[in-house]
Design a protein around this ligand. Structure first.
Ligand SMILES: [Zn+2]
Length: 377
C-alpha cells in the first residue's frame, strides 16, 4: 500500500508519490493549520483586521508547506540510506506523513538513518523561527513563519518518540543493536512501540483526537508485523538454502520467444527455466542464467515484450550453493535486493530456484508455528 499513488516528481531517480489518502486529508490539515494560525496570531496580539488573507487561506498555505517539509524529512532519511549503499525504491506522501521504501537495509546504519529525518524537521523549524525573528515581513507572514516553526518542531519531536516503527523506535533499535544483537534489539523496540501505541490510543480517545488514534493503530500494527517477521526469520536462520528451493525448472534457449516459454511454464507447472545460450557449431549450449515465471509475467503484462527470452532474463539473480546457509538468500529476497536465488550444485549447474514466493511460504509457516527450532531442523 505504501508503494502506490501518483508519481508527481523524481528526485535523483527516486519517484515521489502522492497517495490518495493525502488528497482526502489535505482539507482537514488546512483546517487544523488555520486554527493553529489563529491561535498564534492571537498570542502575538495580531487582530483579524490587520491581515489581508483569512486564516483559512493561510491554513491551506501551511498545509502544503507541511507536506513539502515532510518530503524534506523523508529525503534526509534517503540521503543517509543512499550514502551507505542502500537503495530507495520510492517516497510516498500519505495521510499520516511520508514513507520511504528502502531496500537492502543495513541495520548498522539504522540509528543514524532514522535520526536524519527528525533532524531535518528541527532544521526547518529553526530556519523558520530565525526568519520569523529577523525578517521585516508583514505581520501575517511572520505569524505563518512562527506557526510553521512550531509545527516542524512538534513533527521532529513526535517522530523521535520511541514508538517503533516511527523514527525514534528505529533509533532505539539501532542503538541497542550492538549490545543486544538484532533479535533482542527488535524485541525491545517493538515491545516499547506497542506500549507507546496503547498510550497514544488512550490519549487519542480521551481527547477525541482521531489522528492520534489512527497513529496508535498504525504503530501497533507496524510493531507487531516487524516482530512477527523477525521471529519467523530467526526460525529459518541457519537452515541450508536447499530447504527453500524448488526444482520445478525447465529449459529455454536465449533466442526463444518469451511467449512460448511462458506457455511452457504454465503447461508444465514450472516456476522458471534455465536459459541456454544460442547454439554454436560443434559446441554444447551453456547455461547463461535463469528466468522465473514472475519475470515473464511482469514483462508480458507490461505489453512491450522483448523478442527473445535472453532479453527478459534478470541480471539481479543471486547465486548460492546447495549447502549454503539460507540467511543471506532470505535477506536478499526479503529486502528486494534480488528477484530470485539460483541454487547451484558442485558442478555449477542450476538445480533449483528460491523466489520470494518460497520465502513467503516458509516465513508464513514458521511464523504460524512460532515454535522452537526442533521440527524445522
Ligand atoms: Zn522519519
Amino acid at each position: 500500500m505504501f508503494d502506490q499513488g501518483l508519481t508527481v516528481l523524481r528526485i535523483r531517480g527516486i519517484p515521489v508519490r502522492l497517495h490518495i489518502t493525502l488528497l482526502i486529508f489535505l482539507p482537514y490539515v488546512a483546517y487544523a493549520a488555520a486554527s493553529q494560525f489563529s491561535l498564534v496570531a492571537r498570542s502575538l496580539g495580531i487582530t483579524r483586521e490587520a491581515m489581508r488573507l483569512p486564516p483559512l487561506a493561510w491554513g491551506a498555505v501551511l498545509a502544503v508547506g507541511l507536506f513539502v517539509a515532510i518530503l524534506a524529512h523523508e529525503l534526509a532519511h534517503c540521503a543517509v540510506a543512499l550514502r551507505n549503499g542502500m537503495r530507495v525504491r520510492s517516497i510516498t506522501l500519505m495521510m499520516l506523513g511520508g514513507v520511504s521504501l528502502i531496500e537492502r537495509e543495513r541495520p548498522e546504519h539504522e540509528a543514524w538513518m532514522a535520526f536524519a529525518g527528525p533532524l531535518m524537521s528541527f532544521g526547518i523549524g529553526a530556519v523558520s523561527y530565525v526568519a520569523y525573528r529577523v525578517l521585516p515581513a508583514p505581520a501575517e507572514v511572520r505569524v505563518a513563519l512562527l506557526a510553521f516553526a512550531i509545527t516542524n518542531g512538534i513533527l521532529g519531536a513526535f517522530n523521535l518518540l520511541p514508538a517503533f516503527p516511527m523514527d525514534g523506535g528505529r533509533v532505539l533499535r539501532g542503538l541497542l543493536l550492538r549490545r543486544l544483537g538484532p533479535a533482542r534489539a527488535t524485541r525491545v523496540a517493538t515491545t516499547t512501540g506497542r506500549a507507546m501505541a496503547v498510550v497514544f490510543g488512550i490519549l487519542g480517545l480521551l481527547s477525541w483526537n482521531l489522528i492520534l488514534v489512527l497513529i496508535a493503530a498504525f504503530v501497533y500494527m507496524g510493531a507487531s508485523a516487524e516482530q512477527a517477521r523477525t521471529s519467523a526469520r530467526d526460525l529459518l536462520r541457519g537452515l541450508p538454502v536447499a530447504r527453500f528451493m524448488t526444482d520445478r525448472l525447465g529449459e529455454a534457449y536465449a533466442d526463444e520467444d518469451p511467449r512460448a516459454v511462458a506457455e511452457r511454464l504454465l503447461r508444465q507447472n514450472l516456476v522458471g527455466a534455465r536459459v541456454l545460450d544460442d547454439p554454436r557449431d560443434g559446441q554444447d549450449r551453456r547455461e547463461i542464467g535463469v528466468v522465473t515465471f514472475w519475470d515473464l509475467a511482469r514483462r508480458l503484462e507490461r505489453g512491450a515484450t522483448p523478442a527473445t527470452i535472453g532479453a527478459v532474463m534478470p541480471v539481479d539473480v543471486l547465486r548460492a550453493r546447495v549447502g549454503d546457509d539460507a540467511t543471506r538468500s532470505i535477506e536478499a529476497l526479503a529486502s528486494g535486493e534480488a528477484s530470485a536465488v539460483a541454487v547451484l550444485d558442485e558442478g555449477e549447474h542450476v538445480i533449483g530456484l528460491v523466489t520470494p514466493a518460497e520465502i513467503q511460504r516458509a516465513l508464513a509457516l514458521a511464523g504460524a508455528l512460532g515454535v522452537a527450532r526442533g521440527p524445522l531442523g
